[in-house]
Each structure stands twice: as C-alpha cells, then as structure tokens.
Design a protein around this ligand. Structure first.
Ligand code: HEC
Length: 297
C-alpha cells in the first residue's frame, strides 16, 4: 500500500523535491498509516460510552489516609486488635470469616493464651467416636473462626432473603477496598435524601450500588467498649474493623512490604554493580583510538 501511495502524483512531487529522501518518505507514510489504523481501531472498539448513573454504581468513596497505605507502612496492630473485637461483638452475628483460623491471630492481635481462650468458647464437631457418633469439643487454635449460620439458606432466612457475604476477602473483593468498606459502614444517613426511594426492607446507603442495602446501620457510638480506652465512636469502630478486614484479606501484608524492601535494596545494588562492571569492561574498547598509518611508499 505504501508503494502504491508513493506512486501517486502528490507523492511523486514530494519525492521530486530533493530534500525528502525515499526512505524518509516511506517512514512518514508508514507512520501515518499506523496512526490511522490505530485511530480507526479505537473508534470501533475502544472506550465504549456507558450510560452509568451514580445510583446504579454507588457513590465513589473518598480517599482516606490509612496508616498502612504507604510503601513502608505496616498494619497498626492495636487497631487490628480493636477491629477484631468489633468483628466479634458486632459483625460476627451475621457474617462469617471462613478463611481465618484462630492460630493466625496469634502474635497479630492477641497472645496465644488469649486466642486459645476465645477458641475454647466455641464448640466444634469432634472425630466420630467408637459408636460413630459425633460429639462436640471445645475449639483449638487450629480451628477456623465459627460461622454464624450453618449454611447459605439459614443465612438468607434470617436476613429476609439477603446473604451477608463472607468477610475474609471482602476488602479485596470490592472496588475501593478499605475506603469503600469504611464509607459503607459510616454512610447511613438518618433519612434518605429527598427523592431517593429504596424498596421496602432495604436501607438507604449511597455507597452501595443501587442505593438500597439489606444490611441496616450496625455501628453506633459507644457500641463496644475498647479495653485500651479508645473512645468507640462510629467512625473509630468502622476504621478499626476495616483495618482488621484488610489484614484478614492480606495477612502477608507486613512481611510482603518488608521482603519487597529487601528485594529492592539487593537488586538495586546489583544493578549499580553491573553498571560499574560494564563500564569497567568497556572502557578500553570505548576509549581506544584506531589510527591508520599508511605504509610509506
Ligand atoms: C444483622 C446482620 C448484619 C450485621 C450485624 C452486619 N451485617 Fe454486613 N451485611 C448484612 C447483610 C444481610 C448484607 C447483604 C446486603 C445486601 O446484599 O443488600 C451485608 C453486607 C455487608 C457487606 C457487603 C457490601 C457489598 O458491597 O456487597 C459488607 C462489607 C458488610 N456487610 C460489612 C459488615 C461489617 C464490617 C459489619 C460489622 C461492623 C457488618 N457487616 C454487620 C448483614 C449484617
């Protein structure tokens, strides 16, 4: 195509002006053709216009300065401990945390004695005995945190048809992550704004896609009593439980950042070293001068 185009009178004239070489002209043509193709493709398939409404997709949460957000920041473990208390005393009534075992809390939020005591408060199925009957036994560190309902049907039946999702990975499973969960928990207005309607049985929350959520407001000032004396305001509890849920979804978070830093330092030094070796090896080659001495005739 480039060849045929370059045969056209316009390009003949272009080519005949001595300043434009043939290869320059072909390069320009090829660039124009590529650009045109890309524009055509984007026009056809790129960036479709979506008819979205705020109500349909939910209000975008604000950005909050989470203390574990930065490159070198770890979780605030006091906040994790408070957050687990909020989960246990409030959310655990409806939400499971199926992927979190008691043992993983040891050294993160509680000491092993504290976690063992909490695990023992729950009952688990024992191995079948000699008669094949399954008896109950107190929990152990290796057990998983018990779910409030036996199965999905029971959960829906108790929540007028809505299923409270498992919270183990919820921070990763929602667009907006921590910012979304925090906004959702603190985003219940006293009354829905004028004109906003939600189906009966649902509660108005602008951050939830659709605006109507089956979960009502669950956090109220002073709902739990923190053992470290932190005032349990609604936003404090929301922040703590969100931080805890972030840990549940990314328990490797602190170690990952620490390892990442080591990797950067080591690969960075190796990179600098390799630059130095390269220059060292190439210096004689780069700085040599080849001189032609014509033979004396
Ligand atoms: C009385 C039961 C109940 C309690 C207590 C409760 N929730 Fe819920 N939660 C629900 C139900 C039901 C849904 C499903 C809502 C829906 O699909 O409309 C839900 C949904 C959610 C969602 C998912 C929202 C989404 O984007 O899909 C999150 C996150 C959540 N709850 C967090 C919490 C946290 C954190 C707590 C504790 C502070 C808590 N919930 C306490 C019943 C509850």
């Amino acid at each position: 195509m480039v060849n045929r185009l370059s045969g056209s009178p316009l390009f003949k004239r272009l080519a005949s002006s001595a300043a434009v070489s043939k290869s320059t002209r072909n390069a320009v043509l090829a660039t124009v053709a590529t650009g045109g193709l890309a524009a055509w493709y984007v026009n056809l398939y790129g960036n479709p216009i979506k008819a979205v409404t705020l109500a349909e997709h939910g209000l975008h949460p604000g950005e909050y300065p989470w203390s574990h957000k930065g490159w070198l920041d770890t979780f605030d473990h006091q906040s994790l401990r408070r957050g687990f208390q909020v989960y246990r005393e409030v959310c655990a009534a409806c939400h499971s945390l199926n992927l979190v075992a008691w043992r993983t809390l040891v050294g993160v939020t509680h000491t092993s004695d504290e976690v063992r005591a909490m695990a023992e408060e729950a009952e688990y199925d024992n191995e079948p005995n000699d008669e094949g009957e399954i008896e109950k036994r107190p929990g152990k560190l290796s057990d998983y945190i018990p779910a409030p309902y036996a199965n999905e049907q029971a959960a829906r039946a108790a929540n007028s048809g809505a299923l409270p999702p498992d919270l183990s990975l919820i921070v990763k499973a929602r667009h907006g992550a921590c910012d979304y969960i925090f906004s959702l928990l603190t985003g219940y207005p006293d009354d829905p704004p004028a004109g906003a309607t939600v189906a009966s049985g649902l509660n108005y929350n602008p951050y939830f896609p659709g605006g109507g959520i089956a979960m009502g407001r669950v956090l109220f000032d002073g709902l739990v009593e923190y053992e470290d004396g932190t005032p349990a305001t609604t936003s404090q509890m929301a922040k703590d439980v969100t931080t805890f849920l972030n840990w549940a979804a990314e328990p490797e978070h602190d170690v990952r950042k620490k390892t990442g830093l080591k990797v950067l330092i080591i690969t960075g030094s190796l990179w600098a070293l390799s630059l130095w070796v390269k220059r060292f090896k190439w210096t004689p080659v780069k700085t040599r001068r080849i001189v032609y001495k014509p033979p004396k005739l």
